[in-house]
Design a protein around this ligand. Structure first.
Ligand code: NAP
Length: 295
């Protein structure tokens, strides 16, 4: 079998055009442009790059950016005060606190301080709680897992009754991805670093989402023929042929799995671009929620 390669970059580009059109429509109708505030604490180079690309994507979609940078020495109180200020700012419809925060800051408390209506990352405990409860609706769904679901839908995956395996249980990817699959009536297995015989569990999967951060861990013989495989991992491996000295690979051994899976996302160009597209969509939703509140 040769897998359908799911073109996340193309799907994300289409979604971004849709968001840009909706933003232009609301501005033409005299409503406020959506606004996204980013909070970057410290000088983690990867975080700086992520925040920059999110701001660039906002600009392209007509979403206003409100960037805030605090030094790594910022106190808990300063970060919480900034979040409160943004909660009260009517131009801001989404607040993104870039993770990880420097050691010493209480991430849980800071994220819980983000207004539920502006929680475009979907990490507020109430939004995660609603995501996990039957019959409840979160206001926002975390961007990377939501992007995985769009990719699966686009590839034609059937969720109801499917065996789904999620590798990884982090708060930002594995756990919410698992909850999204469960909400679509998949039968779910969540694996983590203490799970035994991962290969055998993965081989049961009609849908496999890998989010472990281990380069090419999922091998060809871990995959059920015809399965839908979503590779969230972004891992650097040394590569002397590249100017940078490294290249990016996923958690899935692409060259092996593409001969077994029915559909597979590449790295890069799979899940990565979807994360930003879903963030733009969530920010637009934040603006719509503000409209509904009459703000
Ligand atoms: P994380 O917080 O480090 O979580 C990793 C998860 O994988 C944990 O649940 C861990 O288990 C599990 N795990 C680690 N090693 C394992 C092993 N050998 N066997 C089985 N399970 C193992 O990472 P994350 O934030 O979820 O990110 C995962 C990957 O996705 C990373 O490569 C990250 O760069 C990438 N990512 C990509 C995007 C995107 O936009 N494409 C967004 C976010 C993250 P325990 O819980 O037992 O420790």
């Amino acid at each position: 079998m040769t897998a359908q390669i799911i073109d996340g970059a193309a799907i994300a580009a289409r979604l971004r055009v849709q968001v840009a059109e909706e933003v232009a429509g609301r501005v033409a109708a005299g409503r406020r442009a959506p606004g996204l505030a980013t909070v970057l604490v410290g000088d983690n180079p990867a975080s700086q790059t992520y925040v920059r690309s999110k701001r660039k994507a906002c600009a392209e979609a007509g979403i206003e950016s409100f960037p805030h940078e605090l030094p790594a020495t910022a106190s808990q109180r300063e970060v919480e005060a900034l979040v409160q200020e943004l909660n009260a700012d009517p131009r801001v419809h989404g607040i993104l606190v870039q993770l990880p925060l420097p050691a010493g800051l209480d991430e849980e408390k800071i994220l819980a301080g983000v207004s539920l209506e502006k929680d475009v990352d979907g990490f507020h405990p109430i939004n995660i709680g609603r995501l996990s409860m039957k019959g409840r609706e979160p206001l926002f769904t975390p961007c990377t897992p939501a992007g995985c679901m769009v990719l699966l839908e686009e590839a034609g995956a059937q969720f109801k009754g499917a065996q789904a395996v999620v590798l990884g249980r982090s708060n930002i990817v594995g756990l919410p991805a698992a909850m999204l699959l469960l909400r679509r009536d998949a039968t779910l297995t969540i694996c983590h670093s203490r799970s035994r015989d991962l290969a055998a569990i993965c081989r049961t999967a009609d849908i496999l989402i890998a989010a472990v951060g281990r380069a090419e861990m999922v091998r060809g013989d871990w995959v059920k023929p015809g399965a839908f495989v979503i590779d969230v991992g972004i891992n650097r491996v040394e590569d002397a042929t590249r100017k940078s000295g490294y290249r990016l690979v996923g958690d899935v051994a692409f060259d092996e799995v593409k001969d077994v899976a029915g559909a597979l996302t590449p790295v890069p160009g799979g899940v990565g671009p979807m994360t930003i597209a879903m963030l733009l969509r969530n920010t637009l939703r934040g603006a719509e929620l503000a409209d509904a509140r009459g703000e």
